[in-house]
Design a protein around this ligand. Structure first.
Ligand code: KIV
Length: 272
């Protein structure tokens, strides 16, 4: 753990803002269960995102749309029990906030109350302004999410880089400024050109955490199962794989199966 990392006994939303102002980059990873979150937290990662990517990673759905609020609360409460230092941010799932601000607030309150998480994240800018305002007014910290917002995949039609065209880039910058003005404590920027992401980070005072948004932002987030190589079909350019767990685990499972069949396992010392 670096000296800067040790400084924070418990990372809060204010710590992230302080890190940006001190020029210290913010690290964030996803987790959806107790065991993984325990490792991420103990490693000194600043924030844990209980992302709706659980829909893909944990449940095997093609998109993030099917995961429910109850399922997100289940994942989030497991992660909260494991975290003693990291800030825990939870995604509001698709359908739990888009219809109206009252529904959005009710969903955010359920997440905070039933999981014990520290903040929520939702996707969008101007379209969800009233919901963001209402949630913030209730004292719930909000992280925004702009650029490639996977809950809108059927509108985009593709997972390619967003905001390459001037009009979309302009709207993205306006949305980031709006989220800052409303009182969000941070914004995730997903899969946008590095130059645009750096401009957003420079023009707003709250931390911008990127995934596929280049090095000019205030922090980085990755899906843990991707960065440890448990998933192996997914090769976006932005992903750095730190381990190849798919292969390691697969070899271990094969070996175990062979050992059972050959009666090598359990041996004399592995029984009572
Ligand atoms: O759900 C998720 O994991 C996310 C990240 C990709 C930022 O929103």
């Amino acid at each position: 753990m670096s000296a800067a990392t040790k400084k924070y006994k418990r990372v809060t939303t204010n710590s992230l803002i302080e890190m940006k102002h001190n020029g210290e980059k913010i690290s964030m990873l996803t987790a959806y269960d107790y065991t993984m979150a325990k490792i991420v937290d103990a490693a000194g990662v600043d924030a844990i995102l209980v992302g709706d990517s659980a829909s893909n990673v944990m449940a095997g759905h093609e998109t993030t749309l099917p995961i429910t609020l109850d399922q997100m609360i289940y994942h989030a409460s497991s992660v909260v029990r494991a975290s003693s230092r990291s800030l825990v941010v939870v995604d509001l799932p698709f359908g739990s906030y888009q219809s109206d601000p009252k529904t959005a607030l009710r969903s955010a309150i359920r997440i905070m109350k039933e999981s014990g998480a520290h903040a929520i994240k939702l996707e969008g800018g101007l379209e969800i302004k009233q919901s963001v305002k209402k949630i913030l007014k209730a004292g719930i910290p909000v992280m925004g999410h702009l650029g490639l917002t996977p809950q809108s995949i059927y509108k985009f039609g593709t997972y390619t880089v967003r905001a390459k065209e001037e009009a979309e880039a302009k709207k993205l910058l306006e949305d980031a400024k709006l989220l800052e003005k409303l009182g969000c404590f941070s914004i995730v920027l997903e899969k946008v050109p590095a130059k645009l992401a750096a401009k957003v980070a420079e023009e707003i005072s709250i931390p911008v955490i990127g995934i596929g948004a280049g090095a000019g932002v205030d922090g980085q987030v990755l899906v843990t199962h991707d960065m440890v190589g448990m998933t192996h079909e997914f090769h976006p350019r932005f992903l750095r794989r730190y381990l190849n767990l798919y292969e390691d685990m697969s070899n271990a499972f094969k070996q175990y199966s062979e050992d059972v069949k050959s009666k090598d396992f359990p041996n004399d010392t592995e029984q009572y």
